[in-house]
Design a protein around this ligand. Structure first.
Ligand code: PEP
Ligand code: MN
Length: 351
């Protein structure tokens, strides 16, 4: 149930409404916006309560949420969620500015990570990505550097100031990964690992939740609901391509998921064109399509020498290619009513 109140409603009136709902066994979530205040309610609330609440002072409307997801539903919040990675001075995702997350598929060493981070930061990337624990299809493929990879991420964050995102594959790794990362990634293969989601929800760190390769949009939203039901507030959803009959690409980027998600949820939505296309030459066109479709940001794999990469070299961009992609995005972002990140170079051009 969603209770929409006037923006001018007083504290006492709000308390009264919440007490009524809670007395009936419901849980309430308050959300204040510039134009309205919303109280989202969860629980088996009886029919009569709706009419009772409707008659209270300051209440504009009371409606039932028909979707199976509640906390993540757009109606549940007065404004869209903006996620900040790396605290106050960090990078925002979900505001006017397109957020760029870039870095190698796997952290392979300190020097390559530093080189990639410096290059992508110079052209506007606000968050550094890099896997330390890698979910590889084959047990014989490179599995990541583990804790050493996390240490390299923390070192490069210290040097560059870039917040870092890295994948956590198992609930037993959460404390370790959270020691180093500003944002924790749940990979496509783990989207419905409910134990992992529930544990992650408790630590209150931003989570980047990637869509499972065969998950529906509703299943992705229900996975986010698991996180929120345990207390997570800062969740970013990522469309990274789904498995279809098509073999020309690694996955099929589901562009339509972007506007659908933006309609259904208040959470930010980004796209990962690297894992979607699986080929470096497809990354830019897919990225442009995603931003035109309303994505709040992009996650892109960049490697100083893709042909030497220990994972996903085929889809990794060189730093210079990433720079071209960012330049190409500018007019598209503008046409979509968004801004591109401010960089030293844009500052210089403007002068
Ligand atoms: C990744 O981003 O490193 C990754 C493994 O992606 P996905 O979970 O989408 O396959
Ligand atoms: Mn990868």
């Amino acid at each position: 149930m969603v209770i929409v109140c006037q923006a001018t409603i007083g504290e006492n009136e709000l308390d009264l409404i919440r007490e009524r709902v809670e007395a009936h066994g419901g849980r309430t979530y308050l959300s204040r916006g510039a134009e309205k205040v919303i109280i989202g309610c969860i629980g088996d609330l009886h029919e009569g309560l709706e009419a009772e609440i409707n008659s209270l002072p300051g209440v504009e409307s009371v409606t039932k949420v028909q979707t199976p997801y509640k906390l993540v539903a757009s109606q549940f919040r007065a404004e869209r969620t903006i996620v900040r990675a790396g605290g106050r001075d960090g990078t925002s995702i979900g505001g006017d500015e397109i957020a760029l997350i870039a870095g190698p598929c796997s952290v392979e060493g300190l020097e390559m990570l530093r080189e990639t981070a410096t290059a992508v930061q110079a052209v506007g990337a606000g968050i550094l990505r890099g896997g330390a624990f890698k979910p590889r299809t084959s047990p014989y493929s490179f599995q990541g550097l583990g804790e050493r990879g996390l240490e390299y991420l923390a070192e490069v964050r210290r040097e560059t100031g870039m917040p870092v995102v890295t994948e956590v594959m198992d609930a037993r790794q959460i404390d370790l990964v959270a020691e180093y990362a500003d944002m924790l990634q749940v990979g496509a293969r783990n989207m419905q690992n409910f134990t992992l989601l529930a544990e992650l929800g408790r630590i209150r760190r931003p989570v980047l939740l990637k869509r499972g390769a065969s998950a529906t949009i509703e299943e992705l939203l229900m996975a986010a609901e698991y996180l929120m039901a345990q207390g997570a507030r800062d969740i970013i959803l990522c469309e990274r391509g789904i498995r279809t009959f098509e073999r020309a690409t690694r996955n099929t980027l589901d562009l339509s998921a972007i506007p659908v998600l933006k309609e259904e949820t208040h959470l930010p939505v980004i796209a990962d064109p690297s894992h979607a296309g699986g080929r470096a030459d497809l990354v830019a066109p897919l990225a442009y399509g995603a931003v035109a479709a309303g994505a709040d940001g992009l996650m892109i794999e960049v490697h100083p020498e893709p042909e030497q990469a220990l994972s996903d070299g085929d889809q990794s961009l060189r730093p210079a290619e990433f720079e071209l992609l960012v330049e190409g995005l500018r007019p598209i972002a503008e046409a979509a009513g968004r801004r591109m990140p401010f960089t030293k170079a844009t500052e210089r051009d403007a002068a």
